[in-house]
Design a protein around this ligand. Structure first.
Ligand code: PMT
Length: 223
């Protein structure tokens, strides 16, 4: 059989987009389907890891053997991730977290009034950046979704957010990024490009990312 290279590892994966409420019937979100994160969770189980998946709303079935924690907003996701960070060995942040949320969540449906209205947005906390600051033994992997100057922006995010690896995702490219079944990624560590992958299924991207991760982990996780 195949070597279970992540045996004994606790892997925390985030997936999907966050949902930022405006009122009881309206919200802001993005095009993330959860496919990339779910594929990572599924492959990590196959490699023997104990996997927790923190996910925004997604239509996907939960992969067998994965513990699902469903969240809505970036603040919910932050809480779910931070409370499980200490016990995790590997954290992989494939989620598309909203950078901003509505300053106010109205209790009642907002009424139509004037010809224009302004929605005030305030910044969400950057969860990955917080993990980078708190990080001790954990191996932390970020994603970077970019539409231009991928390498530069991805490396900058890796350094600013203190990640061990970053998966650069040129979402303007055919077959890459949000919603589809394939992705095209460039994986970086602190020293620069580690691997440029061709167009692959999200499952195969997940598999390669987890192999690179296993190569970089201390031989056996200690409890
Ligand atoms: O779900 P799919 O439809 O399969 O699509 C997959 C994907 C395109 C969403 C995925 O491959 C991807 O690129 N995810 C990251 C998307 C993103 O939000 O990138 P970013 O460059 O805005 O954020 C960089 C990193 O910081 C990400 O790891 C993100 O999870 C994290 N972040 C961002 C903002 C924030 N407030 N908190 C965070 O933790």
């Amino acid at each position: 059989g195949e070597v279970r290279r992540l045996e004994g590892q606790r892997v925390l994966v985030t997936a999907g987009g966050t949902v930022e409420r405006i009122d009881p019937v309206r919200y802001i979100t993005n095009d993330s389907s959860g496919k990339m994160g779910y594929a990572i969770a599924e492959e990590a189980v196959r490699l023997g890891a104990k996997v927790t998946l923190v996910s925004g709303p997604s239509a996907l079935p939960v992969p067998a053997g994965v513990e699902l924690v469903s969240v809505q907003s970036a603040l919910d996701m932050r809480e779910a991730v931070l409370s499980r960070f200490e016990e995790s060995h590997v954290v992989i942040k494939a989620a598309a977290v909203a950078d901003y949320r509505s300053a106010v969540i109205a209790d009642q449906k907002i009424k139509k009034k004037s010809d224009s209205m302004t929605l005030e947005l305030i910044k969400n906390p950057d969860i990955l950046q917080e993990l980078g600051t708190l990080k001790k033994h954990q191996f932390v992997i970020g994603f970077a979704a970019e539409t231009e100057r991928l390498d530069e922006h991805a490396l900058d995010k890796l350094k600013r957010k203190n990640c061990d690896l970053i998966v650069g995702n040129d979402v303007s490219q055919e077959g890459a990024g949000f919603s589809g079944d394939t992705n095209v990624v460039r994986i970086f560590d602190r020293n620069g490009l580690v691997e440029a992958l061709p167009i692959l299924s999200k499952k195969d991207v997940a598999r390669r990312l987890l192999e690179l991760t296993a190569d970089r982990l201390p031989t056996k996780a200690s409890e």
